[in-house]
Design a protein around this ligand. Sequence first.
Ligand SMILES: Cc1cc2nc3c(=O)[nH]c(=O)nc-3n(C[C@H](O)[C@H](O)[C@H](O)COP(=O)(O)OP(=O)(O)OC[C@H]3O[C@@H](n4cnc5c(N)ncnc54)[C@H](O)[C@@H]3O)c2cc1C
Length: 318
Amino acid sequence: MLADELEKVLHCEIKREAPLSPLSTLGVGGRVECFLEPSRMEDFQAVFALRSREGFPLYILGGGSNAVFGDGLVPGVLLSTRRWNSSSWREAEDTVSVEVQAGHPLSSLVDEAARRGLGGLEFAIGIPGTVGGAVAGNAGAGGRSVGDLLTEVVTVEPEGALRRRGRGEFIYAYRSFPLAEEGRLFLSCTVALRPCPREAVEAELGRFRSARGIQPRGERSAGCTFKNPAGKSAGQLLDECGCKGMSVGDAVVSERHANFILNRGRASGADIVSLIKACQERVFERTKVWLEPEVKFLGFGRDAPVEFAREKDGPCAS
Ligand SMILES: Cc1cc2nc3c(=O)[nH]c(=O)nc-3n(C[C@H](O)[C@H](O)[C@H](O)COP(=O)(O)OP(=O)(O)OC[C@H]3O[C@@H](n4cnc5c(N)ncnc54)[C@H](O)[C@@H]3O)c2cc1C
């Protein structure tokens, strides 16, 4: 049994058949074979080392704010960074940097930077989830993204080794960080910020906060469903194609912002995926643009929409 193998090498509790829906902001999914929340670096490494020998499915979870979970019993391990969350601040001549562990909430980092009178992270106000999740998806808003602020990242490599990379040794793009897509875990990163008058930081925070007014509030979602295709807004394309209000079961396209899919109550992972496919098909039929999901699918195997995106001839924007 996988749980027994994990028990031999780990210090943390192994939760068997843990329910998935409480672990994401969207609130869908079945159960996962093993759920782990390590607080020691060696446990993260040990899981990767065991996986490279045994070959079980391994999923990484931060705050679950960009995640859609599969239904039923998902085989393998869900590895949460939530308990690996400290930060340490260092002042240099004209910058202040913070080394922050993956599970640290992004919102706390934004608040702490503002409290210290540091600029650079204001765009991230209102982005839920962890710092690790933000790096993995190169989260951003208003043309700025987390990748721009990173001076160093520390990863657990696929076979369990640790690796530290400085700027110039990693690449990122719009909502994409290939080190994560290739199966590494971001353990920590260093973010560089610049001292700024408090009023200027507050003004920037206010500007980014008000830009969020168009998003649905107090609803269960995983943020924007699709990436913006080059030069276009996914939300606008979806709206123009009449996707607002489309639904499958309790999964519905928000009337307020067409790029948000909401769980009205009892949606399943399969409902969300069917609705995503229906939106992709409709937009493709009418515009010949193939929308690539921004949300991440954990526990769907070959049904993950990234697979069927590749089947299309249409452009996959990133
Ligand atoms: C209301 C709302 C508003 C949002 N607004 C924005 C926005 O403005 N801009 C934006 O970019 N996003 C936005 N999002 C999406 C989401 O909040 C971000 O993508 C966020 O950065 C995800 O972080 P997380 O910790 O929740 O990641 P999770 O959802 O836990 O994981 C997302 C992906 O990252 C991987 N991952 C997580 N942690 C790590 C790690 N340490 N190492 C490697 N891989 C990891 C997971 O395996 C998964 O593939 C929004 C979401 C919601 C619900």
